[in-house]
Design a protein around this ligand. Structure first.
Ligand SMILES: [Zn+2]
Length: 264
């Protein structure tokens, strides 16, 4: 009888959610972090002797200052949810947006997801610590769906407002990892996002580029890691000149870079 009851309980908990085990792991992990936050900081003098602890009354939670957008490079939303709930993959994002517009909020915005990997934007190297990662269900070679982009815009509006994220700080994975990533793909509507206040855009009407203009230096001002110049140009084009993937800067590109660089 006891065994039977046990089996019933087990099977019930399984049917509640196929992610019951990872949800449990999530709760355990956040509990450990909460314990860490409650720890009283110590006081030490210059000789490293303990002194009296004085707690300040004035503090808040650290907030994300960037949003990094990705495509999942997988064939279905369920595959991505599965990938992000398996310990061995060591990857995650705060949000996954499916093709039908469903938003899965997988991690509290205050916590650090593992989505950026080895990356750089300006002098920022620990992008995971200061950003929200958003993954869009997309195999990497197709357009993004309208419900998906609509959900993304709603989410970005909330994130921007809640965290006071600067307009310039809505960028893509390839922007911060030009040598490693082509993500999100060339169909991603960056111009539409910029029109809604998420990321910068350019207007080359009447733009006159100065004779001494240094385009690579300006790409660096925008934020690109220009150590590999061809990779940096390709990443820039994937975001701002999507119809062209040639790693060379034309006169037209110079106008775009010049106009953009004044906004950073
Ligand atoms: Zn990515």
């Amino acid at each position: 009888m006891v065994i039977l009851l046990f089996i019933v309980v087990i099977s019930n908990s399984c049917s509640t959610s196929k992610y019951a085990a990872s949800n449990k792991a999530y709760k355990k992990q956040t509990k450990a972090f909460a314990k860490e936050l409650r720890k009283q900081p110590g006081a030490v003098d210059s000789a490293m002797n303990a002194g009296e602890w004085v707690g300040t009354t004035n503090f808040g939670m650290r907030k994300p200052n960037f949003v990094i957008i990705h495509h999942t490079a997988q064939n279905a939303c369920d595959s991505t949810l599965r990938t992000f709930t398996l310990t061995r993959t060591q990857v995650s994002a705060h949000y996954v947006i499916c093709k039908d517009g469903t938003i899965h909020h997988m991690l509290n915005d205050y916590l650090r997801a593992w989505h950026a990997g080895n990356s750089k934007w300006g002098n920022l190297t620990d992008v995971n610590s200061s950003s929200i990662g958003i993954e869009l269900d997309n195999n990497g070679f197709e357009s993004f769906t309208e419900p998906q982009i609509n959900s993304l815009l709603v989410l970005l509006k909330k994130l921007k407002r809640d965290n006071n994220i600067p307009t310039a700080n809505f960028i893509g994975h390839s922007d911060i990892a030009p040598k490693r990533k082509v993500d999100p793909n060339k169909y991603f509507p960056w111009q539409l996002l910029a029109q809604n206040g998420f990321g910068n855009w350019y207007d080359t009407t009447n733009v006159k580029v100065p004779d001494n203009f240094n385009a690579m230096q300006s790409l660096r001002i925008i934020g690109y890691d220009t150590k590999d110049s061809a990779a940096a140009i390709k990443a820039f084009k994937l975001h701002f000149v999507q119809q062209d993937s040639i790693p060379r800067i034309s006169e037209g590109d110079k106008k775009i870079i010049y106009d953009l660089s004044k906004k950073y």
